[in-house]
Structure formats: C-alpha cells, structure tokens
Design a protein around this ligand. Structure first.
Ligand code: BGC
Length: 401
C-alpha cells in the first residue's frame, strides 16, 4: 500500500512547485514528519480500538464470519470495481460477504445495512450515499458491537465510525486542477510553470460533486487551492460568475444534471461567440454530461475544444481521453482501497493493530476518524498504458474496444 503524507490539507499551503513524487504535489518536510508520525499512529490505533472490537476479537479472520459491504450504486463503474475487489479480497481471507448496492436511494441503503446487522455481520464496510443519514443504523450497529469502516466517503455526524479508508481527497482536487493547467499549456503535470506558458486569459467553468458527499468539498478545496491564485491574477476567468461551491455542486453526482447546467451556462454566458476553454469536472460521469452539452452546442474536438478534467478512470472516459474529448482523469486504484478496508476489518476482528496514516483531517462532526489515505495519479493520453494497462487495471482491448 502506498501511504501518503498526513499533513492537514486545509491550510492551503501547498505551493504548486513543491517537491513532487509521482504526480502528487508534496512537501518534503511534511513527508518526513508524516513518516515519523505514522509509527506513533499505529500505536494510537491499537489503543483506540473500535466500537465493536471487543467481543469479536480473535474469531473473525478466516473463520467464515460475515462482513456486510454497502455500496452506493451500480450506475457508476467505479463502485462495481470497488464492490468486486472488496468481496474478492474478503473471501480470500475466509470471510463470507453480503455485498449490496442501493442505487443511490438512501432508505434502501439504510435497510440494507439493517439487514446486515440482523444477519449477524461481524463488521460493516460502508460507502455511503449521503454521509449524514446513517446515524441511527450505525447506533444499532454499535449496540450490537459491530465495527464500522467508512469506505472512500466519510460517514458524518456519528460517533460509531471506527475507521476511514480513502484517498487523499484534497490532493485529488489539486490534481484535477493541475491537469487543467497542464492542458492549457500553463504548467507541467506536476504543476511547475511552463517556460513558454501562454498569457491567457482563459475562460473556465467550475463543477463540484454532490454536496452530501464529504469528498466533494475536499475535491473542491483542493482544486480551488490551485486555481484561485490564477483567477485572482486574471489568467483564468470564470465567465459565468458561478464561483461558489453551492452553485457548482451536482447532487448525487448526476451526469444529466451536469449536462443541463453546462447547457445553461453555454446559453447564458457564451452566446456572444466567446468560448469556454476549460471545465473543472470532479468525476468522469459529470465530464461525459459536460462533453454532451458542448457537442450539442456545436463545439468539436480539434476546433477550440475545451480542456476537461475527471476522476475514476472509468472505461468510457479513458476512451474519451484517447479521442481527445476529455483531457485527463484521476486514477484511484480501487484494488488498493479494497485492500486497505479489508485489512482494517480483519485487523479489528483479530484484535490486531489497525494501520492508519492520518489522524487529523477527517472530522465527521462528532470525532476525527482515524484514516488511511492512498495516493492517486493524473492520467492523460500519454500515460494511459503506463498507469492503467501496465498495472492491470484495464486491458489494452478494453481501452481500444
Ligand atoms: C468518490 C469519487 C467518485 C464520486 C462519484 C466520490 O465519493 O470519491 O471517486 O467519482 O464519489 O461516484
């Protein structure tokens, strides 16, 4: 597993030309401190235990105990990859798995989790739809001494969340913004200014994720950390004037809603013949909606087509990167995330130390949830093979098919 630094990313202090490892903007001093901190966090995690780590300790791993896995929706490919990876890895460790998808319907997810508790699940791994709606069912889990791992999305407003497995979501947002600057010719992929950078100004429009998903604000804050200085100095112009998270947010990450919003912006702001040059999109499904709106409005690839970001390396979007419709996506290896969550569950149930690398950034409103954050990578046309095919995430045939 690739650990990332555990510095607090809300202090907006990561300059774009910081030391870079892979594609992740990093600060060397912080990495060093974080490395030292990880050692002490292991001990901390061991002491903190989980709400359910008591009675089940020792009889979980390999004994065929049941683990409940709640995923938000099958309408997005990434969650199918996540669900399959978690199930496979739990089964390899000898667990039985109850894997459920809720098709983005909150009451369905709540009742699926209730069923898991009734069936005697020993632990729950939950990727929530709305991070604020699970307090009651998680209280039921705690009453039954069942530990809970928040998977990728932090579950908010509940003390009964034991651990959080995710990516460094602030860095994901920074990478999305950096990919746009790279596509515009302003920086390299690590965010270092290009020698022959054009002066601009460039018109940019901003999209954010679902406001009920804790990740959406982290992605937005990370992206704005990179973009705001360039908006302030006039290099980037948000021509619609829609610069607030609330204006940019797309409920339930719905691609059709993103398409409508892009259509409205094109009509209200770009009917004078001006062009949008870049679109910040935090998820491939939204990018596809945005691409449809642009195509319908007469934009075409190769003729002032804008630079568009994304996230998740979904297969249709990887194809769109190959064809030039989308400029970049952010790859978050769901197999590694599954590994983190599965290790957490099995460690808790075996009474072992749970490995975490961040105990500061993810406050869910009731407590700071001990977290393990993984690294993500920017994918552009040039590194699709290296990042996605060589790692076995997609095959050449899938990408070209
Ligand atoms: C995930 C993203 C995903 C989005 C929409 C977020 O919580 O972190 O990877 O693009 O949900 O499914």
């Amino acid at each position: 597993m690739d650990a990332v630094d555990s510095d607090c990313h809300q202090d907006n202090d990561v300059p774009m030309n910081d030391t870079v490892k892979g594609n992740t903007v990093k600060n060397t001093k912080k990495v060093l401190l974080a490395t030292i901190a990880v050692g002490s966090m292991l001990a901390l995690a061991a002491c903190s235990g989980g709400s359910g780590s008591g009675s089940d300790g020792g009889d979980g791993g390999g004994d065929g105990g049941l683990i409940g896995v709640a995923m938000p929706t099958k309408s997005s490919e990434r969650w199918i990859q996540d669900g399959n990876a978690v199930k496979e890895q739990l089964e390899e460790q000898g667990f039985k798995v109850d894997l459920q998808y809720a098709e983005d319907d909150i009451p369905t997810q709540v009742s699926q989790i209730e069923n898991m508790i009734t069936k005697g699940a020993e632990a729950l791994i939950i990727a929530s739809i709305d991070g604020t709606t699970l307090s009651q069912v998680l209280q039921d889990a705690a009453d039954a001494d069942i530990p809970v791992i928040a998977y990728d999305r932090l579950i908010r407003d509940s003390e009964n969340v034991d651990y959080y497995a995710s990516f460094d979501n602030f860095v994901v947002g920074q990478q999305q913004a950096t990919s746009l600057l790279n596509g515009l010719g302003l920086t390299d992929l690590e965010g270092a200014p290009a020698a022959d950078a054009p002066a601009g100004p460039f018109n940019i429009e901003l999209f954010a994720g679902s406001p009920d998903d804790n990740n959406a604000t982290f992605f937005w804050n990370g992206a704005m950390d990179v973009l705001q200085p360039l908006i302030d100095d006039g290099t980037l112009v948000v021509k619609s004037g829609q610069t607030d998270f609330e204006q940019a947010a797309i409920l339930r990450w719905d691609g059709e809603v993103a398409q409508e919003r892009m259509e409205n912006i094109l009509t209200s702001t770009y009917s004078d013949g001006s062009k949008v040059n870049a679109v910040l999109s935090p998820y491939d499904g939204l990018s596809r909606g945005i691409i449809s709106a642009l195509t319908d409005a007469g934009y075409s690839v190769g003729a002032e087509w804008p630079i568009i970001s994304g996230q998740d390396a979904e297969i249709d979007s990887v194809k769109a990167i190959n064809s030039g419709e989308q400029f970049a996506t952010i790859f978050k290896d769901t197999r590694k995330l599954a590994e983190v969550a599965v290790d957490m569950a099995s460690s808790i149930l075996n009474g072992e130390e749970v490995e975490v690398n961040n105990t500061t950034d993810y406050d869910n409103g009731k407590k700071v949830v001990p977290s393990y954050l993984l690294e993500s990578q920017i994918v552009v046309k040039d590194n699709i093979t290296e990042v996605l095919v060589d790692s076995g995430y997609w095959t050449e045939e899938e990408i070209n098919g």
